[in-house]
Design a binder for this molecule. Structure first.
Ligand code: PLP
Length: 387
């Protein structure tokens, strides 16, 4: 037997594996399982994107190796979209890079800037890749708890100065997975000022930037003056355009940070299939009605599910971004206990809050990626628990 390398052995236990196993057992027993666990949109990719892909795949020029940093035409389209959406100018040549899904960029980024023993400031609860990418790069994650009383924003000003001296990167993610919280431009202004003072890179994950339900569109940190000196921002096609399977994203921001990420990527991958990038250009030009329809579907599900859960006595964090609900577990249960009970007694799969880090304990996450009638069926089953 070969032993795993230390970097694999130190990873936190994969909490979801047990749930997944149980879920498969339930399905094998014939249980009608309602899966509210994964953040994977149930709606198909909009038709114009699929049509563009069909045409693009036939072009022989796309059958060869793509460029490492992505097609120039794709990066140009990204900079046009960014200008329209956030009012920020980006140089497509130096301030934009194509990613094979944003996860790829998020995981690789620390390799470019973190030396062994350097600290990376990671939110908790959070998408696990910030911590894992840090560990793979030999860095040390420093946990920033996201607390409800702070509207799930990190209290970065309270981080001790001896930690700040060793800190290279701070990760932030708004609209947030798993809490569904959002950040204002004022939050980013303070963050940019603080990060410049302490010479820390801000890595901002905007995977859910287009999943919003009010007139307050989620801002980009790059809208803040001076942000381009210290910030990189990660974007994804996955949630915005129902394209999780396609693996397409991009990073934008400071040109040295983009170049550093590019250097890592040149050595580990060979870019994304150009046909996918061509379809991605169509996605960025999609008529607004398509995205409005997707948002309307999630809005309807969010409202119906929040109200129904509150009627059965559960406490839901009220928000108007993302397709997640962050719900408190009833008194007397841990996150893992309650999620197990939901699966065992109701055939419902949810994600325990502590799967996103220790500060997620006491909550569970519901993904609104099933139709409203299934969500209502889930609430009927929860009702039978008599909480
Ligand atoms: N960031 C967050 C917060 C996510 O929740 C996800 C996926 O669930 C990603 C990034 C990665 O998205 P993708 O790699 O599909 O672009």
């Amino acid at each position: 037997m070969f032993e795993y390398a230390e970097r694999i052995r130190v990873l936190p236990p994969y909490l979801f594996a047990q749930i997944d196993k149980k879920k498969r057992e339930k399905i094998a027993q014939g249980v009608d399982v309602i899966d509210l666990g994964v953040g994977d949109p149930d709606m198909p990719t909009p038709e114009p994107i699929v049509s563009a892909m069909k045409k693009a795949v036939e072009k022989p020029e796309h059958h060869r190796y793509p460029s490492y940093e992505g097609m120039f035409s794709f990066r140009q389209k990204v900079s046009q979209w960014f200008k329209k959406r956030f009012g920020v100018d980006l140089d497509p040549d130096t301030e934009v890079i194509t990613l094979i899904g944003s996860k790829e960029g998020i995981a690789h980024f620390p390799l470019a800037f973190v030396n062994s023993g350097d600290v990376v400031l990671c939110p908790d609860p959070a998408y696990p890749v910030y911590k894992i990418g840090t560990i793979f790069a030999g860095g040390v994650p420093y946990i920033m708890p996201l607390k409800e009383e702070n509207m799930f924003l990190p209290d970065f000003k309270s981080i001790p100065s001896e930690v700040l001296k060793r800190a290279k990167i701070i990760w932030v993610n708004y609209p947030n997975n798993p809490t569904s919280a959002s950040a204002t431009l004022d939050f980013y202004k303070e963050l940019v000022e603080w990060a410049r003072e302490h010479n820390i890179i801000v890595a901002s994950d905007l995977a859910y930037s287009e999943i919003y339900f009010s007139d307050n569109k989620p801002p980009s940190i790059l809208q803040v003056d001076g942000a381009k000196e210290i910030a990189i921002e990660f974007h994804s096609f996955s949630k915005t355009f129902n394209m999780t399977g396609w693996r397409l994203g991009f990073a934008v921001g400071n040109k040295n940070l983009i170049a550093g990420l590019g250097k890592v990527k040149t050595n580990v991958d060979s870019g994304q299939f150009q046909a996918i990038q061509e379809a991605g250009m169509i996605a960025l030009d999609l008529p607004q009605e398509y995205l409005d329809k997707i948002r309307e579907t999630y809005r309807e599900r969010r409202t119906a599910m929040t109200e129904a859960l509150e009627r059965v006595g559960l406490e839901v964090y009220r928000s108007d971004t993302t397709f997640y609900l962050w719900v408190k577990v009833p008194k007397g249960y841990t996150s893992a206990d309650f999620v197990s009970k939901l699966l065992d007694e109701c055939g419902i799969v949810c994600t325990p809050g502590n799967g996103f880090g220790e500060h997620g304990e006491g909550y569970f996450r519901i993904s609104l990626t099933v139709p409203t009638n299934r969500l209502m069926e889930a609430v009927e089953r929860i009702k039978s628990l008599k909480l």
